[in-house]
Design a protein around this ligand. Sequence first.
Ligand code: CA
Length: 648
Amino acid sequence: MTKKEYKEYYESKAFKEQYVYDGTDLGAVCDGDCTYFRLWSPLAEAVTLNLYKDGETEEVTAVSMEKAEKGTWTYTLEQDGHAVYYDYTIEMDGKSWKTADPYAKACACNGNRSMAVDLKRTNPDGWELDCAPAEKPEQVVYEIHVKDFSNDPASGVPDAYRGKYKAFTLEGTTLNGDGIHPTCLDYLKQLGVTHVQLLPVYDYGSVDEAGDDSQFNWGYDPQNYNVPEGSYSTDPFHGEVRIRELKELIMTMHQHGIGVIMDVVYNHTYSMDSCLTKTVPYYFYRQFADGSTTNGSACGNDMASDREMCAKYIFDSVLYWTEEYHMDGFRFDLMGLLDVELMNRIRKALDEKYGKGKILMYGEPWRAAESPLREGYHPALKENANLLDENIGMFCDNTRDAVKGHVFEEKEPGFVNGGTGFEKKMLQAAKGWMGVDKYFPVQSPKPLITYVSAHDNLTLWDKLKITMKPEASFLSREEDIVKANKMAAAICFTCPGRLFFQAGEESARTKLGDENSYISSPEINQIDWERVYEYQDIAEYYRGLIAFRQQMPGLTDKTAKVSERVLDETVISDHVVQFSVDNHEHTRWELLTVCYNASKKAVVPKLSDGTWECLIDGDSSFRWQKPQAAENAEIKPGTVSVFGRIKK
Ligand code: CA
């Protein structure tokens, strides 16, 4: 068949009727004395199951699989198959080739051979009691790469665990082991974030798991969607170890009140030479009408989420990570390549199983290029926000770019770093963008992920440095950049939406201007724990903002009522805006007035009648702990202040 013929066949009614399989038993299922294998490969003429005693040896026991319903192939191994390694030989059109199992739940080093696993045997002690942390009024997500977190020797993490899942399980680590300055887990707890979002922890292809520690990749190159990445485990050769160690990470986070969100990349694979292609040629990849492959991901291929069995694959995968690993949420990479219909279906299934909106779902509502979907399907882009369930969040690039300047125009500033004409946008951000942007039709702040920096593009510090002090070193402390950093944070933390920031944004993280560090050195990427304490004042400012936000009902409201709650939006002058937030549910401060002063002069706030206290200013985000009367208050240049009106 030509590529065009494949497309037409896969999208035909006949194919759907004959081959769409809805069973839940794809892959290898260990059930005590028997192990059941089932592979979906409808065009195969024969399939052989190859069994191995470990991940490396070539000595094989090959058995023929039986053709079963809906294009599946089955085999029952009458033994406990835990830790039996396997792959398949597919025969088609007079040729044959080997493939790993797309539904593998465990694998050998580097993922080309699958492993049957009795998942119960991968559970750490106490796993049965593991549950999601209690929900807080606000979700504050900290985006971190497993290796970045602890690769720096100054992290105080023992060498064997540096850069690994295990580093997340350690309590009591301190800066160079000084016993004073908390790092890693203890640092996160102190900061007050509610979730960590891990950059890809599914198995990806770009790092040799048997290679040395000088390798680095962000991991946006999926290989085995349902297996943890091996290079973060202490032993990538035994398939059960990485599973147990990722579960330990999650359990420890939960024990310390922090949820875990997984970055999932269902929009493309490492290459098309994947186990998906090898089991069903071209099926899992989107094609143009002429049969050629779409490339909306700019990574060479797009997954065809709008084909039934591909949608099932993604759906099953999300449900699997939630159930088996107790994941608390998912961040969908290039969500704009997936379809609204599938996203809503996943949302509904998670809601039914875990409670409405309990498992977080959000993603990037964009794509790199056109990727036409089948008729009746809609891409999960910003412009389709009104079609998506309101509990599917979207990164809000409107706020991001207005605060610090355009993400792709390095030298272009935003509101906090000298840009002009951003006053109106700041006030729209304060109102959650409702009703102002026809290309972003949000009905409430629920879908908003409010942020200024993520792993992509320049770090906040680097962006501010380039726009404000191009002549300075990335490494030197510049007080006006520190101020702008605090201001950017204070704006986010007083705007509606869920909060998100890149690890180290709170401590002047620099990648020395490297705006796409996906394959740069570990040293460029890792958290520099000494720098964290050089810029402790910024982290302290974030800590206060987080703690303040958690207590203010006016700021955490996610309902459409926010459009009435946010009042009296005023442009005071160029670079200066002010608004108020109805906070009547709070016991002390019934109204908050927020002023963003990005000008070079001090400004006097316009406070309504009543008694006011200063809760946050440019120097401290903890004023609310010992509030002072706001008489004669002024807002210093380049700072944010929040005032609270005392209830009568
Ligand atoms: Ca890997």
